[in-house]
Design a protein around this ligand. Structure first.
Ligand SMILES: [Zn+2]
Length: 456
């Protein structure tokens, strides 16, 4: 397996990833790490998803089966059909299935925050039913909003627990739906990092409100219950101290940054949306703790007014959003401005140019899978000059695929993005739901180098 054995010239893979996979115990040809196996298993699920069909099902079925309640939980039964089989609706008793009941509690809590505090009638402000599907895929290590519904995997049973377990994952995904229906922040670079930050901000507000915590009692962690015992992690992200949530032999070290000086220029993770979101996350924490009281009433109300107001749109950057929060802050304007200044964000335009894309090395194909709720990247390479059936099949696919037409639409929040580096071609990004059969097979072949047969 060609994972993490040195920087590839065509990539901007964050150093943490190459290090974490290379340094992981057993990360060799014969003994892939648990993390690598989990990535492979999620790829099996991706393989089963046929984008258009899946999206059509997600968009049609909820309306066909709507019950009129504020939310409904379905199960995919470890398959990939969406929304799957209906299990529990609003007002109905607990099902006894922890994933279903966790989704119900977390989803209802997040909906209540928007309704009762900000006067927002569901994510679309028009009373849309929130459809949530649990038990998606087998060992699926992700959760996402696909433009129509929320979807949650069960985790891999080794590193990641159920993605429904932390209530803030529910709040995070629901907020993606809110953002789509308000500012519509594009899911890339600074607007994408703001999109991610909005989800963490209101997830944390919802969690603090459900727990009855003020800003001094809150832990400011995202995904605190996501990791199984034995993983050296407090959480997935720490809004108060980005970059400190975990440091583990397999996971590596939390790569988030918390100051604009440390902004990560990368093409992975849709331009580092889960990495640079630490900057606006920390600004929110600083503003919330300076204003005091309860986060959802103080800084949360200001952030919501900015998100839903006329000054923030699809391409708003950090500085633009900062200005909108200051404008919405009233008596707290100076406090909010100071919070943004503390993370290096002024109130005028900034803008970060993406780095140049280098041509890929010749005679090899590289595939990276980045993004996802966790924001981690896995990669693999195949030497096209090598002997053997794997290299032979890779050559057939590389000759056949047309990467010039493969570039897909915008990624859905928290769904995976695949990057293909083929000989002689600029690298191309394809969202999970846009993969052609050939690209899907190529990705499976390259990322699951030990046993492509198990993926296909
Ligand atoms: Zn997200």
């Amino acid at each position: 397996m060609s994972l993490g054995d040195g920087p590839a010239r065509c990539t901007f893979v964050p150093p943490y990833l190459l290090q974490q996979i290379a340094a992981a115990p057993g990360a060799g040809v014969d003994a892939p790490t648990a993390a690598v196996e989990a990535a492979q298993e999620s790829l099996v699920v991706d393989e089963q998803v046929r984008g258009e069909r899946s999206r059509a099902a997600a968009q049609d079925a909820p309306h066909a089966q709507a019950t009129g309640g504020a939310w409904t939980v379905y199960t995919s039964g470890n398959g990939t059909s969406l929304p799957g089989t209906r299990v529990r609706g609003e007002g109905e008793p607990a099902s006894g299935d922890p994933a279903v009941d966790e989704a119900a509690v977390g989803g209802a809590g997040a909906l209540a925050l928007f309704a009762e505090v900000y006067g927002r009638d569901s994510f679309d402000d028009a009373g849309a039913e929130v459809v949530m599907t649990v038990h998606y895929g087998r060992h699926y290590v992700n959760a996402f909003w696909n433009g129509a519904q929320l979807v949650f995997g069960d985790g891999d049973g080794r590193i990641f627990d159920r993605f429904t377990r932390p209530v803030d994952v529910l709040g995070h995904e629901l907020t993606h739906a809110v953002t789509e229906h308000t500012a519509g922040l594009v899911y890339r670079n600074q607007p994408g990092a703001l999109n991610e930050s909005m989800s963490d901000v209101f997830a944390s507000c919802a969690k603090q409100r459900m727990l009855g915590q003020d800003v001094t009692q809150a832990d400011w962690l995202i995904g605190a219950e996501l990791f199984l015992p034995g993983v050296n992690a407090r959480a997935l992200r720490d809004m108060a101290a980005p970059g400190t949530a975990y440091d583990d032999p397999v996971l590596g070290r939390d790569p988030q940054v918390g100051h604009l000086d440390d902004y990560l220029d990368t093409t992975d993770d849709n331009g580092g949306v889960h990495l640079n979101s630490g900057i606006p996350n920390r600004a929110f924490h600083l503003a919330a703790t300076a204003i005091g009281g309860r986060s959802w009433e103080g800084a949360g109300a200001i952030w919501y007014d900015a998100l839903a107001g006329p000054d923030v749109g699809p391409t708003t950057d950090f500085a633009g959003f900062a200005a909108a929060t200051v404008a919405a802050a009233g008596e707290h304007a100076e406090t909010v401005a100071a919070a943004w200044q503390a993370v290096g964000v002024g109130l005028a335009g900034s803008g970060a140019e993406p780095p140049p894309v280098l041509p890929p090395p010749q005679e090899q194909v590289e595939v990276r899978r980045s993004g996802g709720f966790v924001g981690r990247t896995v990669s693999g390479r195949v030497d096209l000059t090598a002997a053997g059936s794997r290299a032979e099949r890779a050559r057939e696919l590389v000759d056949r695929v047309d990467v010039a037409t493969a570039r897909g639409g915008l990624p859905h929040p928290d769904m995976f993005t695949y990057t293909f580096c083929l000989p002689g071609c600029p690298e191309v990004e394809v969202p999970e739901q846009e993969l052609s059969d050939d690209l899907r097979e190529l990705a499976a072949l390259v990322l699951d180098a030990d046993d492509p047969g198990s993926v296909m």
